[in-house]
Design a protein around this ligand. Structure first.
Ligand SMILES: NC(=O)c1ccc[n+]([C@@H]2O[C@H](COP(=O)([O-])OP(=O)(O)OC[C@H]3O[C@@H](n4cnc5c(N)ncnc54)[C@H](OP(=O)(O)O)[C@@H]3O)[C@@H](O)[C@H]2O)c1
Length: 321
């Protein structure tokens, strides 16, 4: 039987989901796609190539003025894929979409951190109450399968701690400061020119994005009930070339590390031995998982990107199916 899905939010990640479904031959039918201006609905399957082309040419996927909420309420489908922008304080529009999907009896797969940071336990409770799946691998580390690895592949193995490099933008900036001895401002400017950092880089460089990922891991992997305010956070903007020089002389580099250990959640720049697995270069993400039985397991991958993030969404969709 084919799985019917909706894609709510048709930006980089939503379009990536359409793209990976076109490249592969899985029994998944997209019955609706919504962006901020409307939706396209076809219960026998939206023409994905035409939808991508329309979005590129006209700026919207819409052929009707139905909203995302209208789609979730009125179009028959099993899984709602939520890929709208992240809003961490309130959960934003994504929270409204996810609540509505559970109310309508639809499973949810999302890459949107906001609703999970703002309302993790409420949403898990709603999913459980309605006997539905709630999958969110793409929220942490893009293509890097850390949540499903910790919860499923390592089942039976107590996770003692996780530490990771979870923000590609910060890691790029710190790698350039380490390699070239340049200032923070110089490395940030370079990252912005390359499109690695946004014009307003605050969410990345102040550690906010990493905090969100640590909260999601704490709640999902460690069963905590943590929120944004439970994380002790320091960003990277105050790190100087002199600090890098001192670190280098001692055989270290500096990385922005998110960690969960003994119930404590922390995001801060940290000295890492140059030969340590966490010393990865560029925009990569990496996590080191300390387990009770299997020792330390280290996993890395591309932390963002349209197709890479969509690959994590696809695996969650197929897991449900
Ligand atoms: N990009 C990545 O590599 C990456 C990686 C991991 C996680 N994420 C997360 O995944 C989510 C999507 O990221 P993205 O890069 O694809 O963002 P994006 O390019 O900004 O796309 C967001 C999409 O959501 C749509 N949208 C906004 N408000 C809406 C509403 N009320 N109803 C329906 N659609 C609405 C936008 O519509 P318009 O097109 O009409 O503006 C746009 O299509 C974010 O939460 C992000 O943090 C992204």
């Amino acid at each position: 039987m084919t799985l019917r899905i909706s894609i709510i939010g048709f930006g980089a990640v939503g379009q990536g989901v359409a793209d990976v479904l076109m490249r592969t031959n899985h029994p998944v039918t997209v019955v609706a796609i919504a962006d901020s201006r409307g939706a396209v609905v076809d219960e026998s399957g939206v023409d994905l190539a035409a939808a991508l082309k329309r979005k590129k040419n006209t700026g919207t996927v819409a052929t009707t003025d139905m909203t995302a909420v209208d789609v979730i309420e009125s179009v028959d489908h099993e899984i709602m894929v939520e890929t709208t922008p992240t809003e961490m304080e309130t959960g934003g529009i994504g929270l409204i979409h996810i609540r509505k999907a559970f109310e309508m009896g639809r499973h949810v797969v999302t890459s949107n951190k906001g609703p999970l940071v703002a309302k993790y336990s409420e949403l898990c409770g709603l999913a459980r109450k309605n006997n539905l799946h709630f999958r969110f691998e793409a929220t942490v580390g893009g293509a890097m399968p850390i949540i499903n690895l910790s919860e499923e592949v390592l089942a039976g193995n107590r996770i003692i701690a996780i530490e990771g490099v979870l923000n590609g933008t910060c890691n790029y900036i710190l790698s350039r400061m380490d390699d070239e001895g340049v200032s923070y401002e110089h490395a940030l400017g370079e990252a912005q020119e390359l499109g690695i950092a946004e014009a307003d880089p605050t969410a990345d460089v102040d550690g906010i994005d990493t905090v969100a990922k640590i909260v999601i891991l704490a709640n999902s992997v460690f069963g905590m009930d943590a929120g944004y305010e439970d994380v002790d956070v320091t960003g990277i903007s105050k790190i100087t070339p002199e600090a890098f020089k001192l670190a280098k002389d001692g055989g270290y580099t500096i990385k922005l590390i998110g960690e969960i250990q003994d119930g404590t959640l922390k995001v801060a720049p940290k000295m890492v031995p140059r030969n340590h697995p966490l010393n990865i270069e560029g925009t990569f993400n990496l996590a080191s998982i300390q387990t009770e039985l299997a020792g330390r397991i280290t996993i890395g991958g591309i932390g963002a990107g349209s197709i890479e993030t969509a690959s994590a969404i696809l695996s969650d969709i197929l897991w449900i199916g």
